[in-house]
Ligand binder design. Structure first.
Ligand code: HEC
Length: 110
């Protein structure tokens, strides 16, 4: 009897689970989707579009040292040069997670 009443609720919970999982922001996946075609998945811009558009090497130690997080966020918002602006197409949380992804490239450069 109890089981019969509970079962529909489990079904509802199972349906909601994928929705809550999607709410977590996956910065590296966002970068691969929106940024890697120019900046490369390692941030070093060794891509065809990276060369054609003069995309910034985001792993360069001197570039990393010269930029603040606020500065990087601003560039993502406005999109310098051939880069599109992302202020309207991505949420603030998504753009902030991309700043962290960009920062993560620092340790991977030669
Ligand atoms: C269409 C190619 C393209 C895409 C897509 C792109 N960028 Fe860029 N990005 C560029 C170019 C070109 C520059 C250099 C422009 C300049 O400074 O003159 C740049 C510069 C930058 C800079 C540094 C600007 C500075 O201060 O020197 C950051 C940070 C950056 N991009 C991050 C991102 C992130 C994060 C994404 C994804 C949300 C992204 N870019 C998507 C082409 C692109």
């Amino acid at each position: 009897m109890v089981n019969g009443v509970m079962r529909p609720w489990f079904a509802v919970l199972l349906c909601l689970a994928p929705l809550t999982a999607q709410a977590a922001i996956d910065g590296p996946a966002l970068f691969d989707e929106h940024c890697a075609k120019c900046h490369g998945s390692d941030g070093q811009a060794r891509t065809l579009r990276g060369y054609l558009y003069f995309a910034q090497n985001l792993a360069s130690p001197s570039w990393q040292a010269a930029k603040s997080d606020a500065n990087i966020l601003k560039k993502i918002n406005t999109g310098p040069g051939f880069m599109p602006a992302f202020e309207k197409s991505l949420t603030l949380e998504e753009r902030e997670s991309l700043v962290r992804v960009v920062r993560g490239f620092a340790s991977r450069s030669e």
